[in-house]
Design a protein around this ligand. Structure first.
Ligand SMILES: [Zn+2]
Length: 368
């Protein structure tokens, strides 16, 4: 789920869509699972009021064609569900980095949690509402008797699975939509911190119940989902606790102040000597006016000729304002070269370094 999949050649509503590599396995598997049970499905649909003659659906290549269409339709349905989240999140000013489809469904990776009170509940509930509406639309079309044969089979299959998608996602367990609705609503009276704790506890109970049920009924897929819900739910609680620790904090509070900066005129040998008694992972390089122009990594110092100019080893530097929001800085840190940001005052003066280790130390100090 980390951007290693295949990207669709188009962006629905401007959102990039990625297919996880597990998809290459799961799509044919689903097609086969559906195709091998066409008669059983036709029986189920008959009970729901959609009468289909199973004979022509189960002869020749028909079951496999139906299986493949239904499987593709299923994942398209998941995509529509996730797009529902993405579009409403945008109303609250939150961008979606990407939607990933993988073997347990879809994930819309939002840039941030919508911060407005109750907004997380609205963004979350739109998913099940979208799937429910899609199911209802398909049923209504089926009732019109305009469709028959294979088309009606695929429509009935998608009507049932979209209803299932809506119901499953309403389970009150993080990171499912129901869990997000629960947390967001609990936050209204309890505040964010306690709401996340309570929602986390409820999630564990739901995940365990799901797992026990999956085990007793020997449904391996359900068991896998229970494990996923449990692990992802706990990760979500941890992430939300970390986010809160950063809330309202400035870069200045977590940075290491007064970095040892060097001048571009120095030679490699001079910097090696400096490192011998002031050891750091990286040294910011300043121009004559004191403005940062790059980093030298300590690990780069051992290679090369001692008389070589420092400019050869210069790595690009990223700066962050001392009074900027710590959470935003931490997110930038993840992508920054050398794993650190140079902290500057408003006037451009270098006052500190923010490295991943600084953030970890700061969090530990606050926790202990
Ligand atoms: Zn959802």
């Amino acid at each position: 789920m980390t951007g290693r999949g295949w990207r669709l050649p188009f962006r629905p509503f401007g959102v990039p869509v990625e297919l996880d590599p597990t998809f290459a396995l799961i799509l044919p598997l689903f097609a086969w699972l559906i195709g091998s049970q066409v008669a059983g499905f036709a029986e189920l649909f008959a009970q729901l009021g959609v009468d289909l003659d199973p004979a022509p659906l189960s002869t020749g290549a028909a079951p496999w064609l139906l299986g493949a269409s239904a499987a593709i339709g299923l994942f398209a349905s998941v995509l529509v569900h996730e797009l529902g989240h993405a579009i409403v999140a945008r109303v609250y000013g939150v961008r979606t980095q990407r939607i990933t489809l993988w073997f347990l469904g879809g994930v819309a990776q939002l840039d941030d949690v919508p911060r407005k009170r109750g907004a997380e509940a609205i963004v979350a509930i739109v998913g099940p509402i979208t799937s429910g509406a899609l199911s209802l639309l398909l049923w209504t079309l089926l009732r019109s008797d305009l469709f028959g044969g294979g088309v009606a089979f695929v429509m009935a299959y998608l009507a049932v699975t979209n209803a299932g998608l809506a119901l499953f996602n309403l389970l009150p367990a993080l990171p499912l939509d129901g869990g997000r609705v629960l947390r967001s609503l609990l936050a209204l009276p309890l505040g964010d911190a306690r709401a996340t704790r309570v929602a986390g506890a409820v999630s564990r109970v739901v995940a365990i119940a799901l797992g026990v049920y999956g085990f007793l009924t020997l449904q391996v897929f359900l068991l896998a989902i229970a494990f996923f819900v449990d692990a992802a739910g706990r990760a979500e609680v941890a992430a939300s606790q970390a986010r809160r620790a950063f809330e309202g904090r400035r870069v200045r509070e977590a940075m290491t102040p007064d970095p040892v900066a060097v001048d571009l005129g120095w030679s490699l040998e001079q910097l090696r000597r400096l490192r011998a008694f002031r050891s750091h992972t990286a040294y910011p390089v300043l121009d004559v006016d004191g403005a940062p122009i790059g980093w030298i990594r300590a690990s780069d110092l051992d290679a090369g000729d001692g008389e070589a100019p420092l400019a050869d080893l210069l790595r690009p530097v990223e700066t962050v304002g001392a009074d900027e929001d710590l959470e935003t800085a931490v997110r930038r840190l993840a992508a920054a070269d050398a794993g650190r940001l140079l902290v500057v005052e408003r006037d451009g003066r270098v006052v500190g370094v923010l490295a991943k280790a600084d953030v970890v130390r700061w969090l530990q100090q606050r926790a202990g």
